[in-house]
Design a protein around this ligand. Structure first.
Ligand code: IMP
Length: 187
C-alpha cells in the first residue's frame, strides 16, 4: 500500500521505510509550508494537510519531531531543526546544546515524535511517541542524524548514533509513534 509522507528529509524516509516495511513510502515535499504551531502535533498536521489534497483516496502522513531537554525548559523543542538559527545546521545545533548544558548535572532529555495521518476518506488523527534518556558530555557515534550522537537512551550506555538501525527503531520516539500509526491504518 502507498503511504505519502510529507518530508524532504532522506534520513526520516529511510527510518520510516525500515519501521513500516509493508508500505511503499512515497515522499512528497510540503514545500513552502510554515511550521508555526506551538507543538509537534500542530506542525505535523500543518505538513500533512499541505500534501493530502494532492493524494485524495490514499493514506498521507507527516512526522514532526524534536528534542526536549529538562534543564532547558523543554528547548530546543519545536525549534530543534533550527536551534542555532537559520538555515538548519546539525553541527551548530549540537555545539549549542552542549554549550547550554555546560556544567549541568541534570542532563535528562526526551525525543518526541508526532505523526499526523489523513485517511483516504480525509479523516485526520495524530499519534505520539517518546523516548527518554540523557544528553552526553560529548558526541559519539556516526549513525543516524541530528542530535543522535548526543542522546543516550535510558537503559543504554551508547548514543543513538552508536546503535544499529534496528536497535534505534525498536525504542525510538519515531518507532513508537509509527507503531501507533500502523495500528490506526489497520495493516
Ligand atoms: P522536523 O523535521 O521539523 O521534524 O525537525 C526535527 C529535528 O529534530 C531534526 O532536524 C533533528 O534536529 C531533531 N530530531 C528529530 N528526530 C531525531 C532523531 O531521531 N535523531 C536525532 N535528531 C532528531
Amino acid at each position: 500500500m502507498k503511504l505519502f509522507v510529507a518530508t524532504h528529509n532522506a534520513h526520516k524516509v529511510r527510518e520510516i521505510s525500515q519501521i513500516l516495511p509493508s508500505f511503499e513510502i512515497v515522499p512528497d515535499d510540503p514545500e513552502g509550508v510554515i511550521e508555526d504551531a506551538p507543538d509537534f502535533a500542530g506542525n505535523a498536521l500543518i505538513k500533512v494537510r499541505a500534501i493530502a489534497s494532492r493524494h485524495t483516496g490514499s493514506w498521507c502522513m507527516a512526522d514532526d519531531s524534536g528534542l526536549e531537554v529538562a534543564a532547558l525548559d523543554g528547548a530546543p523543542g519545536v525549534r530543534s531543526a533550527r536551534y542555532a538559527g537559520e538555515p538548519s545546521n546539525t553541527p551548530a545545533n549540537n555545539a549549542l546544546l552542549l554549550k547550554n548544558l555546560e556544567g549541568a548535572k541534570d542532563r535528562r532529555a526526551n525525543f518526541t515524535c508526532a505523526v499526523a495521518l489523513v485517511s483516504p476518506e480525509g479523516e485526520e488523527c495524530v499519534v505520539e511517541g517518546r523516548c527518554y534518556g540523557r544528553i552526553a558530555e560529548a558526541p559519539s557515534g556516526v549513525a543516524g542524524f541530528g542530535y543522535d550522537p548526543l542522546f543516550v537512551p535510558d537503559g543504554f550506555d551508547r548514543s543513538f548514533a552508536e546503535l544499529s538501525a534496528g536497535e534505534k527503531n525498536a525504542i525510538s520516539h519515531r518507532g513508537r509513534a509509527l507503531a501507533e500509526a500502523r495500528a490506526k491504518i489497520g495493516v
